[in-house]
Each structure stands twice: as structure tokens, then as C-alpha cells.
Design a protein. Sequence first.
Length: 134
Amino acid sequence: NMYINSEGGILLLSRTETITTMSNEDSSGFLRIYYGWMYFNSMSFFEQLFGVGNSVCDDIFSDGFSNCASYIFIAFGLIGGLMFLWFYIKLCVNTSFVAFAFVCLFLFISMMEAIYLHPIMLICTVIPIALKKT
């Protein structure tokens, strides 16, 4: 209760409003979490299945923002997105706890941030591969 009444707690609570409301479509929380999925929903069935490619996806988000997960599904479609997820799920099989934790960290962060092909994505991929048990 002391934290909520502090300056940091008040700032945190005011920030959660940008994430939980759908009425403010210009807020950074809306753009980070919902916009990409709403765009994916507006695509044709063929585009949803096969994607639109990286260059088209970059044009779509040139003025906006998307999290990594929705970017991957928009760029590569359901087929590419599920193959991407399958790759990370396979990294979790027969592996160490540290590798599993890195994969979970990557998947968690990818739901919030645009980390596609950024160093954190590469680190969260290379370490589990290096720790993979044979």
C-alpha cells in the first residue's frame, strides 16, 4: 500500500491505463499490445495464412509500432508464425533450465516489445541453442 501511494506507484498506475483501455488508440500501450493484432485481423485470409513479407510489414509499421509476436504473424502469416513458435518450443525439449528460461524470457518480451532481429532476440536464441543437450 505504501508503494501505491508513492510517486512511483502513482506513475505506474497511470501508465496501466494506457494498456487496459481500448478507447485511446494513440497511446503507446495500445500500439504495443493491440495494434498489430488488430491489423492482422483486418488482413485477407490468404495474407493471414502466408503473411505479407518483411518489406510490406516495415511499411505498415513505419509510422506505428508493433510487438514482435504480431509482427512475425503479419510478416510470415500463420504458417510462418507457427513454424517460428515450433522452433522455440523445440528448443525447450531436452534442455537445461537456463535454456528454457531464456526461451520463456524471449517469448514474454516478444509480446510487448519490437525485438525482431534485435540483439536481445539473438541472445535469447543463441544461448538456448548452445545449451541444448544432445
